[in-house]
Design a binder for this molecule. Structure first.
Ligand code: TRP
Length: 349
C-alpha cells in the first residue's frame, strides 16, 4: 500500500440525486483522488437544514440517492470514508467551539450568505449565518489539508483557514490550514445553458432513464441565432459540443460535425440525436451500477454506518485534543470509550 500523506475532506449537501454537473465537475475528480489521498466524503445533512428545515424527512431519501450516485461514479467505501454529518456529533460540538472565534459581522460579509438571503425570501436562520462555521468544523475535525471544491465554496475555505489560524494562535498549534483544491474541469452547462442546478429544472440526472435523457437532450439550448439547419452555426459555448467533448471519445466525428455545423451543413436535430446516443452509451455502466445500489438500501445504510463509525474515532480524538489545547479538560474523563452504536437502533437513516 502506498502511503497517503494528505488527508482530504469534501462533501455534498443531500439536496437530491446527483446530476451530470456533479459527475463531471466533482465526482470524477474525487474518484481519482482516492488513489493518492486519504479521503473523507461527507454527507452534509445538517447543512441542508440551514435552508430546508421545514421538511427534514426528505433529507433521508436524498441521502441514499446521493450515496448510490457516489458509489456508481466510483467512490470506493473500502478506500475512502463516507461520513454522515448528523451521525458524528463532534461536528456540531466543534462548530460551537469555533463559533466563538468568528465575529458576527464577519459572517454577514460571506458572499454565499448574502446570495442565499436574497434568494430565500424568508428571514434567514441563525444556522444559515453560521453555515461556514459548521463547514470549518467539518474540515478541521479531520485535520484535512486539502478540500476539493468548486469556486463558489472558496469563501468558506478562506473562513476555515482564518478560524484555524485564530485557534492555533490563541490556544496552541493544532490545526493545519486547509487548502482548496479547485477542479480544472470547466462547468457543464444545464440544458438551458445556465449552470446545471438541481432546482433550476435544467439538469440531467445520473438516475434518469435513457428516454428521459434523450428527451432532455432534444430540448437542449444550442446556438440561439441559428434558425435553419442551413444557417452557419456557432460551436464555441454551444452546449451540444461541450457535451460531445465530454462524453464522446470519437474525436474525428466531433471535428467533422463541428465543421459541418459551422458551414450550415448539419441540423441541430441530427447532432442532438447523435449526442443522446453517445451520452446514453457513456452513462450506461454507471447507471447499471446505480440501479443495483439503489435497490439495496440496507447496504447503503451499512456503508454510512461503518464510515461514520470510523470517522467518529478520529473526530473524538480531535475533539479531545481541542478541549485539551483549550484547557477545558475537567470533563474529558466523562467521554464514553467508544463510538460504536447499533445500526438496528434506528439512529441510522
Ligand atoms: N458547502 C458545501 C456545498 O454546498 C458542502 C459541504 C459541507 C462541504 N461541508 C463541507 C464541502 C466541507 C467541503 C468541505 O457544496
Amino acid at each position: 500500500m502506498t502511503l497517503k500523506t494528505h488527508r482530504i475532506l469534501t462533501g455534498h449537501r443531500p439536496t437530491g440525486p446527483r446530476h451530470l454537473g456533479h459527475l463531471v465537475g466533482t465526482l470524477q475528480n474525487w474518484v481519482s483522488l482516492q488513489d493518492s489521498h486519504e479521503c473523507f466524503f461527507l454527507i452534509a445533512d445538517l447543512h441542508v437544514l440551514t435552508t430546508d428545515y421545514q421538511n427534514p424527512a426528505s433529507i433521508r431519501t436524498n441521502t441514499l440517492e446521493v450515496i448510490a450516485d457516489w458509489l456508481a461514479a466510483g467512490i470506493d467505501p473500502e478506500r475512502s470514508t463516507l461520513v454522515l454529518q448528523s451521525a458524528v456529533p463532534e461536528h456540531s460540538q466543534l462548530a460551537i467551539l469555533l463559533s466563538m472565534l468568528v465575529t458576527e459581522s464577519r459572517l454577514h460579509r460571506v458572499p454565499t450568505y448574502k446570495e442565499q438571503v436574497k434568494q430565500l425570501g424568508l428571514q434567514p436562520s441563525l444556522g444559515l449565518l453560521t453555515y461556514p462555521v459548521l463547514q470549518a468544523a467539518d474540515i478541521l475535525l479531520y485535520k484535512a489539508s486539502l478540500v476539493p471544491v468548486g469556486e463558489d465554496q472558496l469563501p468558506h475555505i478562506e473562513l476555515s483557514r482564518e478560524i484555524a489560524r485564530r485557534f492555533n494562535s490563541l490556544y496552541g498549534e493544532l490545526f493545519p490550514e486547509p487548502q482548496a483544491l479547485l477542479s480544472t474541469m470547466p462547468r457543464l452547462p444545464g440544458i438551458d445553458n445556465r449552470t446545471m442546478h438541481t432546482s433550476y429544472g435544467n439538469a440531467i440526472f445520473l438516475r434518469d432513464t435513457e428516454e428521459e435523457t434523450t428527451r432532455k437532450v432534444m430540448s437542449m439550448f444550442t446556438d440561439p441565432n441559428r434558425i435553419h439547419p442551413t444557417d452557419p452555426g456557432k460551436v464555441e459555448g454551444n452546449p451540444l459540443f461541450i457535451y460531445l467533448e465530454q462524453f464522446d471519445p470519437d474525436r474525428e466525428q466531433i471535428e467533422e460535425y463541428k465543421t459541418r455545423y459551422q458551414q450550415g451543413k448539419v441540423g441541430d436535430v441530427e447532432i442532438k440525436q447523435y449526442l443522446a446516443r453517445k451520452l446514453n452509451q457513456s452513462l450506461k455502466p454507471l447507471r447499471e451500477r446505480r440501479a443495483k445500489f439503489i435497490a439495496q438500501p440496507a447496504y447503503l445504510r451499512e456503508i454510512l454506518f461503518h464510515g461514520s463509525n470510523r470517522a467518529r474515532q478520529i473526530a473524538r480524538q480531535t475533539l479531545e485534543e481541542v478541549l485539551t489545547t483549550m484547557g477545558l479538560t475537567l470533563g474529558l474523563a466523562l467521554q464514553p470509550e467508544s463510538g460504536q452504536r447499533n445500526p438496528a437502533s434506528g439512529a441510522f437513516c
